[in-house]
Design a protein around this ligand. Sequence first.
Ligand code: ADP
Ligand code: MG
Length: 716
Amino acid sequence: MNLDSKILDFHLSELQKKALKKLKIEKVRDLLYHFPTRYGDTSQTNFVENLESGMQATLFGRVKNLKTGKTFRSKMSQATGTFYDDTGEIKVAWFNQPYLAKMLNEEKIIRLTGKVSEYNEKLRINNPKVEEVSEIPIGVGNSLFGKDGEQHTLYPVYSESKGLTSNWIYHNIKKIFKNKFFEKIEDPIPIEILEKYNLPKLKTALIWIHSPHKESDALAARKRFAFEEIFYIQLQRQLARKERGQKKSFKIPVDQKEIKKFVDRFPFELTDSQNHAIGDILNDFKSGKPMARLLEGDVGSGKTAVAAATVYAVTNATPNEKQNFGHLQTAYMVPTEILAKQHFQNFITFFEHMHISIGLITSSGCYKFPSKINPKEATKISRTQLLKWVANGEIPILIGTHSLIQKSVKFENLAYVIIDEQHRFGTLQRQKLARKDDFEPHLLSMTATPIPRTLALTIYGDLDLTLLDQMPMGRKPIITELVLPNQREKIYEKIKEEIANGRQIYVICPRIEEPDPTKQTALNVKSVKAEAKRLKEKIFTKQNIAILHSKMKPDEKEKVMKDFEDGKIDILVSTSVVEVGVNVPNATNIIIEGAERFGLSQLHQLRGRVLRSNHQAYAYLFSDTKSDTSIERLKALQTAKNGFELSEFDLKFRGAGELYGKKQWGVSDLGMEAIKNLKMVEAARVEAGNIVEKNTLKNYPNLKSIIDGKTEVHFE
Ligand code: ADP
Ligand code: MG
């Protein structure tokens, strides 16, 4: 029995259908894989007769005497009722939520949680949370007897959404458990592997995760599903790697002298690290096998120069030995339009002397260098024209955003694909650009996001790795300061001096606008718009301030970036959009507001923005947190040696779920739990490796169908 094929066939209300769709639950498998977020423990529950004022209570029982009306004095709408169990009754009331009383059914058993208070010498519970349940779990109220070994059970609590209660989910999962086909579910993971690592079989694990008798069962089940996820990803990536290795690619001859001449034109000496990286890539080029390499280096470590030198090697090679005209082509994909334009400009400078064409494609327009009229400048051209020249091979270097991977973009001789800031794209997009029948282009992925080793082993299982672990010479290490509210003024004064000396500043705020005041939010977070206004009016009255955020139109953004680059703007207040490779060497100070809200690796990325010149750079982490742990955590930015260390800190302190960039990796929260566990990741890797190496996937049809399903490319 293959779980994937079975569609949910319950009778569903429209609201439920919508809610399920939102949770992406369509098939039986999806529902079974919708795991509880936590478990309630009946030993934490209570009986009415034992309640005292001030207690936080969880009770199981029923309600009666439900009434709706208005409160006596303030005329607020209210619903009241009496909750009772076998031991007594207590008054409950909801204010401003009269519909609650209508939704409750006096016949049904409910779970009620809330704080017990005292009013007119009587106990009551105001605004309790309630949920219908199908039965009273065994052991409710047992903690009260204080005896060891009393029977108690865990009940699952699922994340809820409108129209879908935790109990509905539980109830329907139990229905599936009783269904005949559930008996027939086969486990895709080979039994030898489960036994070797002492993991429960699929059926058992499903029962244990949804209705565990004891905590250790729930934990064992979670472990299995975490392993399962990592194992599937590993298997898929390693298969992709093997498949790629069997394909052919362009053999690119390497003329060391020519390349040296090219890099000698850079206004700097390459670091040893950069030279190594270029060496790795050129070596791959020579092999005739498609390269698949990840270049990982902190922000500012100089990845662009590595890319450019290797693009040069490709551009310089002719399409094949017999043909001595035309060029091999490179596609260079970056995540934002701002970056695409910056790279376009950079590449024009790098390649000007070669007299070749360079194209730029983004959703808001296409450009080509050089222009016919002015050979020193780029010119705007139509998309159709650009695509024509790309298709017939006349444009050897095409730089662009997502627009690069649309079907309409065809190359004559695509030999090299570079994906910059690759964590922004996700694996599937990466595969999409790289795919080309039997003849694969070489692929270079670049990222500045340091991620924990276990995660890298998993999601980059299909790539070879080159590290750029050296910063260009002459860079002074950044000075990072944690700034509490009473020290702000001092920092603002220092920044005024920096501006007077010609430097520029970024101010990063967590949000674009003030929250809607009609909506209740407890967040007191600085916004780009309000903070820019405040700084202009109160602090930096004489300096030029501009804002930049994702909701601005592309040409507005472009103008601001250009003005900032040209030094017309002193202070750029923005959201974290500038985190992606923007290069303004003269901007050497960064203030990050609400720093405690960001992960350490993200803060590290952000401060990298100001590490682009030989001026001393400063990062100021503004925070009004009172939490000692937050402060400790932020201090790691002063002591950690590099981004990798910080990502490991993030994993430890914030948990895998909060790791920066998480959304892009396609790993669930549960899968991320495995990432904390090096042994488990290694085990999954070894087992996946065995299957790939011995070519035994065909012996496990259920596993094969899951892995085949995974490689499907979904796209926008
Ligand atoms: P990233 O790795 O973040 O993409 P970039 O390639 O944008 O970094 O390089 C950051 C800055 O450092 C650029 O201004 C670039 O010209 C400069 N740079 C790169 N390599 C070196 C080097 N070896 N020495 C000095 N400056 C360099
Ligand atoms: Mg970069």
